[in-house]
Design a protein around this ligand. Structure first.
Ligand code: NAI
Ligand code: MG
Length: 365
């Protein structure tokens, strides 16, 4: 069955790393392993230069119609002074909002060959494979009121509001439990129910969803303890579900267990369509457009390729193929190939194209 992918390479290294994914897709299609139809659009500064907006209506419609959106990165000094509503990041915010992608999946995988590259001890991170499921469209980042009030006596008062409704916690919990069933049947739910009403409520809703998943072990953890445990003994976790704010922080902590920003993929999923069951989905590396190295051909394409592997797994159920792509990445690293960001003594430093070609070579083998 044909599946449609809409590619938005964006700016800076976005276009360079997307090119490597396109080569992998072309080869998979040529082998009959996949039947992807591809379309490519402009996002961020590239779209601003062409259309005067961060993403055109036409490309927005294509993103909404596609089976999955694969996004590179946007931004760069060239667009630092464009009108605020057209800044490159506006494309990302609009895409996330209109696609309704409330579930942000950030895996932290430490490839064996990079266990020494982490700032932590090898035995702590070797073989690490955890998945943080962060609620992305609610909570304190969006709750109202959100304001700074002038109290008139030289004092001001700043207010952010943490708001969650039952359905928002229910649906993110279901994503986490469903994913746990494809992994180790274990979920940790992190909140601050000791000091926050919204934490008490979060826990209540997650527990009630958990009753429908008796085969999945549900553990509660306070979010601050979760941060500590991620550094102390990360392998105790498998799937961790948490709100927007704690998820932002905990996923960054987990990220640093794996090596480099250039290694980190992500997926953002929407609600299943009531008729087709298909979810809107958005896949992107965690890093930005890296203007400092853009145009030099030295960016690490692994986060981008691994984001594509997540699309294979979560949008198309091609688990075996996703595993093969990840195994190809692991094999190339085991061979000692390194881009500059993960360079280690005595290992061979290669550029974007060579790294991409090596991954494709392992896939072909
Ligand atoms: P960044 O992630 O682009 O770069 C941070 C550092 O990591 C840089 O030294 C960069 O060279 C390095 N780096 C990042 N990805 C790499 C890769 N694949 N291979 C090798 N090295 C890599 O973050 P920064 O510098 O804060 O932001 C640069 C631009 O990107 C800004 O315009 C920012 O707004 C935008 N940005 C966009 C994001 C997105 O599109 N999702 C996310 C974060 C930032
Ligand atoms: Mg963050």
């Amino acid at each position: 069955m044909a599946h449609s992918l809409f590619l938005l390479p964006g700016d800076g290294i976005g276009t360079e790393i997307m090119a490597e994914v396109e080569k992998i897709i072309a080869w998979l299609n040529s082998q009959g392993e996949t039947d992807f139809t591809l379309d490519t659009g402009l996002a961020g500064g590239a779209a601003y230069d062409a259309h005067g907006v961060a993403i055109s209506e036409e490309d927005m419609q294509k993103a909404l119609a596609a089976d999955a959106v694969i996004f590179g990165a946007v931004g760069g000094p060239k667009w630092d002074n464009v009108p605020y509503e057209h800044r490159p990041e506006a494309a990302l915010l609009r895409l996330r909002k209109e696609l309704g992608v409330f579930a942000n999946l950030r895996p932290a995988i430490c490839y064996p060959a990079l266990a020494d590259a982490s700032s932590l001890k090898r035995e702590l991170v070797e073989g690490l494979d955890i998945l943080i499921v962060r609620e992305l469209t609610g909570g304190v980042y969006f709750g109202e009121p959100k304001q700074i009030i002038d109290l008139g006596n030289g004092q001001k008062r700043a207010i952010d509001t943490q708001v969650y409704e039952t359905y928002e916690i229910d649906r993110i919990a279901r994503v986490a439990f469903d994913l746990a069933r494809t992994r180790k049947n274990k979920v940790h739910s992190a909140d601050k129910k000791n000091v926050m009403k919204s934490g008490v409520f979060w826990d209540e809703v997650v527990r009630s969803v958990g009753k429908e998943y008796p085969d999945v072990q549900l553990n509660h953890i306070l979010a601050d303890n979760a941060a500590m445990q991620l550094v102390r003994n990360p392998k105790q976790f498998d799937v961790m579900v948490t709100d927007n704010l704690f998820g932002d922080i905990l996923s960054d902590v987990a990220a640093m267990l794996t090596g480099s920003l250039g290694m980190l993929p992500s997926a953002s999923l929407g609600a299943p369509d009531p008729v087709s069951g298909k979810r809107k989905a958005f896949y992107e590396p965690v890093h930005g457009s890296a203007p400092d190295i853009a145009g030099k051909g030295i960016a690490n394409p692994i986060a981008m390729v691994a984001s594509f592997a997540m699309a294979l797994r979560y949008s198309f159920g091609m688990i075996e193929l996703a595993n093969r792509v990840e195994a190809a990445i692991s094999a190339v690293l085991a061979d000692g190939l390194r881009t500059g960001d993960i360079a280690q003594d005595n290992r061979r430093t290669v550029g974007t194209e060579e790294m991409g070609a090596a991954i494709l070579g392992k896939l072909k083998a």
